[in-house]
Design a protein around this ligand. Sequence first.
Ligand code: SAH
Ligand code: SF4
Length: 394
Amino acid sequence: MSAPQTPITQDVLTLPRKAAPEEKTNLVGLTRDQMRDALIAIGTPEKQAKMRVGQVWAWIYQRGVRDFAEMTNLAKGYRAQLDEHFAIRVPEIVRKEVSTDGTRKYLLRINGGHEVEAVYIPEESRGTLCISSQVGCTLTCSFCHTGTQRLVRNLTAGEIVGQIMVARDDLGEWPEPGRNPHDETRLLSNIVLMGMGEPLYNFDNVRDAMKIAMDGEGISLSRRRITLSTSGVVPMIARTAEEIGCLLAVSFHATTDEVRDNLVPINKRWNIEALLTELKEYPRLSNSERITFEYVMLKGVNDSDEDAHRLVELIRGIPAKINLIPFNPWPGSPYERSSNNRIRAFADIVYKAGYASPIRTPRGEDIMAACGQLKSDTERERKSKRQIETEARA
Ligand code: SAH
Ligand code: SF4
């Protein structure tokens, strides 16, 4: 007997009757060149394309407009044409929490239903938005909540720059016509790439998004107001200097390879020496003053006087600031925060060796918005405490 024949029409019933409408191309996140190509593709005359990009760009990034109909310096027919082919999409705020200290944490939904977090931190002389570069993180630093999240995908450039746009929406900060976009009193004046993810594992999208953030006809933030934090993706550091040129922070966290292997596992690939060799070049390549060394204070793990002395020896010759971060616990975290006295003693040694050694005040602790606590709700608590402890020891 022959094998049962598969009916050739088997899928017909499960096929949707009508093809789903094609998602319109999102203009948010396109580089100027990409936007130019997109406008030409819908029939914009090549000669006009550059000017049209400038106009659309300013509406999107300077004014915060989300509807082509509002782009009043474009002909009505052209606005309709844009609307037919393109969208201006930013992440959707699923939930916003406001801390007693004014910190705002946004849970954002992006394409595909994934979620990331962004945190706005108001200070006296500036307002910093901490943004994410990936959903989760492929790295598994043992003290970091994001590192326990399994689901990982790179954010698109639009999703990265979109975080800045939704924060500005929420802060009500789209400048009135005629107001100076460089105004230093802006509520959102600084960006740190210190949210979820390793930015240098999503280099192209991070670069394109930061170029948009720095573009003088749009969001217009100076490159000195943008800080990218990396766990130490050595081969991408020079490109960061050359292609983005922002300030650099590095998650250093330990003074021996043995301890760093454990805390920041990427150290097994590029160790302390390799990292420092690359960092030495950064200030010159990026024409920036100094590098921020981030150092999370973990009780009994990396916080001794010897560690402090070793640290200043290691970084000798690199213009640097040491940012001491009191560990922020999360449910199931396998470490404790060093005592205030210990942190101060450590800071003192570093300071006496000639380096600024500010102790970062945790912000938004009551809403789990502090460094390393970010994790999307859908993923929260999926790994057990035991799993995390095992990984921390591995
Ligand atoms: N992936 C990048 C950027 C995101 S993490 C990086 O690792 O640099 C931003 C900073 O928060 C890093 O210095 C990170 O080491 C630190 N961090 C992570 N978890 C933390 C925690 N639980 N407490 C304090 N700082 C933490
Ligand atoms: Fe990833 Fe940074 Fe967290 Fe390490 S500290 S797991 S690199 S987000």
